[in-house]
Design a protein around this ligand. Structure first.
Ligand code: AMP
Ligand code: MG
Length: 374
């Protein structure tokens, strides 16, 4: 056990003195949890082997799951990457500081502990005043995964970090709730065309517009299962998981939500009848349809606002844990725009426990039943 100091810092008027105090901890090889615009990060000096190893130990993170290095100035990119192709410059100029991580060939300065011995390195410049100042005052790039215990939903509030890491790390900076609530978009720029490794707040459409070309979306980036060999590092582990079991209901089309409501009701009622404490993860449009079921229904927000749905996702998964539900029946979302990010997280959180409803077939089945009933 270590003494964890919680330092409250107002992101709109960040106190230089308090951020310097946290930066001293990084410089000494300690661990600091800090807010970014995506989720909370657990940071260490990226050049300090022992400090980086502590991140893995504290989180219970498998050593072959590499970390992202966070920088605060563009020229740090050249310190960490062996080469920076023009197309990389075009996207980082446009999206940094921001929720974009690029994978590049690593320079010899980057230690194997950070990259899990890969020849590549993940780099991002976050757009959060506290994160940027922390990196600046630490006088070193900061290696940081999300500040949760490995496998748990990423932390979007200081309380989430406290719940997971109190007594395990030196400092938790409380900078309030994070803006996006999902981790950065990761693009592997060592491939041609570039490859999406993880969808995030920045949509693939936006990146393609700036690159002037296609970005490949492998199945694992959509949160679909593949053989271990084909996976990107870190993708093979169960991620974002609530303590409860989770089943995700996906439709072949979300134009009409009635088949979704029907299937979620059917599953939820089945589990209630088994005597389980049931949670229903739903949306503003559908929540009223579950009122009569003895379950805890929580809405992620309106389907018309994917930003809100993404922002509330991890927070809501953790809320189900607090209510100690046994099983969560979750609604799927359309995979367009930020929907790709939302579905990636939901599929992984469910441990790929997915029920697919083919709306075309269902329509036919329903019609047939109707005809028989007549
Ligand atoms: P986290 O910050 O906890 O979301 O984890 C960082 C993620 O970045 C990992 O799970 C990896 O998938 C990804 N990552 C980091 N470095 C690399 C790399 N060199 N190549 C591919 N993916 C990487
Ligand atoms: Mg993580």
């Amino acid at each position: 056990m270590v003494m964890t100091k919680v330092i409250k810092i107002d992101p709109s008027r960040p106190s230089e003195k308090l951020i310097r105090e946290a930066a001293e901890v990084i410089k000494r090889g300690g661990l600091v949890a800090f807010p970014t615009e995506t989720v909370y990060g657990l940071g260490a000096d990226a050049f300090n082997r022992l400090a980086v190893l502590k991140i893995f130990k504290v989180k219970g993170r498998p050593p072959d799951n590499p970390l992202i290095i966070h920088i605060c100035r563009f020229n740090q990119l050249y310190e960490l990457a062996m080469e920076v192709p023009d197309r990389v410059i075009s996207i980082v100029k446009k999206f940094w500081p921001g929720p974009l991580t690029v994978i590049l060939r690593k320079s010899s300065r980057v230690i194997n502990e950070v990259t899990a011995s890969l020849p590549t390195v993940a780099i991002r410049m976050p757009a959060h005043p506290i994160a940027l100042k922390l990196i600046e005052y630490s006088s070193t790039p900061i290696a940081a995964p999300s500040a949760n215990l490995s496998g748990r939903p990423s932390p979007t509030t200081p309380q989430h970090v406290i719940n997971d890491l109190m007594g395990l790390i030196d400092v938790i900076i409380d900078g309030g709730e994070t803006l996006f609530g999902v981790e950065s978009t990761i693009i592997d720029m060592t491939h041609d065309p570039p490859r999406l490794l993880r969808p995030g707040p920045l949509t693939i459409e936006e990146v393609e517009r700036v690159l002037g070309g296609e970005v490949v979306i492998p199945p694992f980036a959509r949160g679909l299962m593949e053989s271990d060999k084909a996976l990107s590092p870190g993708v093979k582990y169960r991620h974002y998981a609530p303590k409860a079991r989770m089943v995700l209901v996906e439709l072949s089309s979300y134009e009409d939500l009635r088949p979704l409501i029907m299937k979620v009701r059917e599953l939820a009622l089945m589990y209630v009848n088994e005597g389980l404490r049931v949670g229903i993860l739903c949306s503003d449009e559908t929540i009223s349809h579950y009122k009569d079921i003895r379950a805890l229904s929580l809405s992620l927000g309106p389907r018309s606002n994917q930003f809100i749905i993404a922002k509330n996702l991890f927070k809501t998964l953790r809320a189900f844990d607090e209510e100690e539900v046994d099983i969560i029946v979750a609604e799927g979302f359309e995979e367009r725009g930020l929907g790709l990010t939302i579905m990636n997280r939901l599929r992984k959180a469910s441990g790929y426990n997915i029920v697919k409803v083919d709306v075309g077939n269902l329509a036919i089945c329903t019609r047939r039943n109707h005809i028989q009933a007549q």
